[in-house]
Design a protein around this ligand. Structure first.
Ligand code: 5RP
Length: 221
């Protein structure tokens, strides 16, 4: 019987537990795959000290399982951050933010020693850009940033009815063939009014656990 996408997500979430050292604080991502990881983390909750969450939604799910959620400002080191991605290349560059949590995800990832990315096989691509690139923008800069994104060759679209955990809006940029994710991540960050963009290339994943019908594959750059 072939595996469903959800079963593949569940399998990688389980495999990620093998990367969690005992008695440490765990960085936790956002999304459906991260949710499976939170459910797996609950099974070993007595072996960890707590978690730092990348969204209000993940914090709520962690607390629901009785896992202590710590503020990043109260934590010195996070050995491992576990999160999904919308797209990932074999170089471990990712597009993230499909769930709109990109800014907090990028912050927790930056503060973590190791980034373990958990995905089903549909997320592995040769070139990023098929999935629209999410950009978190300060609301008053929406039109200005959108015009600048058009100059860069993109087609930005406002994510209707959505506000980030930080009170900002998301522009989803269509039509980008991202050949140079490291450079593009930096240049998008230079646009005034942009809070964060969904390219995770400067701080790429360290390991990808990829769910396939044949089992979980471990991929490193
Ligand atoms: C949320 C994210 C998620 O990691 C990404 O959207 C993947 O989600 P899922 O595991 O549900 O496919 O970046 O902002």
């Amino acid at each position: 019987m072939s595996m469903t996408q959800d079963e593949m997500k569940q399998a990688v979430a389980k495999a990620a537990i093998g990367y969690i050292p005992e008695d440490t604080i765990v960085g936790v991502g956002t999304g459906s795959t991260a949710n499976y990881f939170i459910d797996e983390l609950a099974k070993i909750k007595n072996k960890i000290r707590g978690a730092v969450a990348s969204s209000e939604a993940s914090a709520k799910r962690l607390k629901g399982h009785g896992i202590e959620v710590l503020s990043l400002n109260d934590v010195i080191e996070i050995p491992v951050y576990v999160d999904g991605a919308d797209e990932i290349t074999k170089h471990m560059h990712m597009t993230k933010g499909g769930g709109g949590a990109l800014t907090r995800e990028k912050i927790v990832a930056a503060a973590s020693k190791q980034f373990v990315c958990v995905c089903d096989q549909s997320k592995l691509v040769d070139v990023l850009g098929n999935f629209p690139l999410p950009i978190e923008v300060i609301p008053m800069a929406r039109s200005y940033v959108a015009r600048e994104l058009v100059k860069l060759g993109g087609h930005p679209k406002l994510r209707e009815g959505f506000t980030t955990d930080n009170g900002n809006i998301i522009l989803d940029v269509y039509g980008m063939q991202i050949m140079n994710p490291v450079e593009l991540e930096s240049s998008l960050n230079q646009l005034t009014g942009v809070v964060t963009n969904g390219l995770f290339a400067r701080r790429a994943a360290d390991v990808l656990l990829l769910g396939t019908p044949e089992g979980v594959k471990t991929i490193k750059p």
